[in-house]
Design a protein around this ligand. Structure first.
Ligand code: GLA
Length: 353
């Protein structure tokens, strides 16, 4: 009798299941995969997009913790990269110019004077080949030489696995010509379902961040967070200083900045939503994280329940630093033939009282 409950649960919650989900703009049909254990995650092979994560609150009630749409149409029409896998180069490349082994490449300028999130048709808008391998969803995509201006045939694979209270995302890529790679996920978290994320508490194991110019490209040198609104080295309300008079906050219209992870301790990022008690802990082996407080969200996207308004979700995009190809002092994002890009980010959902 005592054993019956877990058995029933495991029947209800197969580790990876699949359903048809509609068509991408290209006409290709796409699927929606449900991966579950203590949390339930939905991922589509359209853009490698996380459409839903349901995690328990302190009373055990499962609810949505990311912004998203139930139907694919919402994703096709949105400029906001909801939950998507971002590449080939997550974040901005200044002037869309990169030089690889002395050869210059011009990437499409889809963000004013800059290249953002892999261009007009980045990995977020591609249909990936799915494969279920045991309890893991593997999505693969071949980005051809020249796609969105980048060099080399880049073979990318991203796996999604749920174990207990953790979602693990593994990124891998190989190339046949030298190129740059920086992959991330663009989920907007809102752990409590409130109108904004301003009451979430954030802790970042980051003693410095990357100040930006007016086009949001890092100026180069990192700045110590001490005595600035960018100090999250103790858990702090996201909204506590977001409207402070501060030139960097003005440029981003809030937080839209790279933080340099100290690389000590594990996790390096903890987000807490006091009313539900939900806690998200993020661990990564990437050197940085973009804290983006949904400052461009304007209510034009209507998600599962309601319009996604200004600052209704926040992104914690684990990444190599923005514009690294043009910043020799930043950790390199160069990938050469014979090398393997391997990165991992783990999201753990727990509760606090
Ligand atoms: C990133 C950028 C933001 C914005 C969003 C998409 O997180 O840093 O400036 O472009 O993506 O809306």
């Amino acid at each position: 009798m005592e054993k019956a409950f877990p058995t029933v649960l495991s029947v209800l919650c197969m580790s990876v299941s699949v359903e048809p989900w509609g068509r991408a703009s290209s006409g290709e049909s796409v699927d929606l995969f449900t991966i579950c254990d203590e949390i339930t995650v939905k991922v589509s092979n359209y853009g490698g997009t996380i459409t839903s994560i349901r995690a328990p609150d302190r009373g055990g009630v499962l609810n949505e913790v990311v912004l998203g749409f139930d139907a694919i149409d919402g994703y096709l029409g949105s400029p906001f990269y909801h939950g998507a896998t971002i590449g080939r180069y997550a974040n901005r490349i200044g002037g869309g110019r990169i030089t690889v082994d002395g050869e210059e490449f011009l990437l499409p300028l889809n963000d004013g004077v800059n290249h953002l999130h892999g261009g007009f048709h980045g990995l977020d808008k591609r249909v990936w080949s799915p494969e279920i391998i045991d309890d893991t969803l593997q999505l693969s995509y071949l980005s051809r030489d020249g796609e969105e201006g980048y060099s080399g045939n880049l073979k990318v694979s991203v796996t999604f696995r749920v174990i207990g209270d953790r979602l693990e995302i593994d990124y891998q890529a190989t190339t046949d010509k030298p190129t740059v790679v920086n992959l991330t996920n663009h989920a907007y978290f809102n752990l409590g379902g409130g109108e904004t994320i301003l009451d979430h508490l954030l802790w970042l194991d980051a003693d410095s961040y990357s100040p930006v110019d007016e086009s949001l490209i890092p100026i180069g040198a990192h700045q110590n967070v001490r005595d600035t609104p960018f100090d999250f080295t103790a858990p702090t309300r996201v909204g506590a200083r977001i409207n402070d008079p501060d030139n960097q906050l003005d440029l981003g219209n809030g937080y839209d900045h790279n933080f340099v992870l100290n690389q000590i301790g594990n996790p390096q990022i903890i987000l807490t939503e006091p009313s539900s008690g939900r806690v998200l802990e993020i661990s990564t082996n990437m050197p940085g994280v973009q804290l983006y407080t949904g400052n461009f969200l304007d209510g034009s996207d209507v998600g599962r329940d309601e319009p996604m308004g200004f600052r209704s979700g926040l992104c914690l995009e684990t990444q190599y630093f923005p514009d690294s190809p043009n910043k020799p002092d930043y950790p390199s994002t160069l990938l050469r033939p014979g090398e393997k890009y391997i990165e991992k980010t783990v999201y753990r959902f727990t509760v606090t009282n």
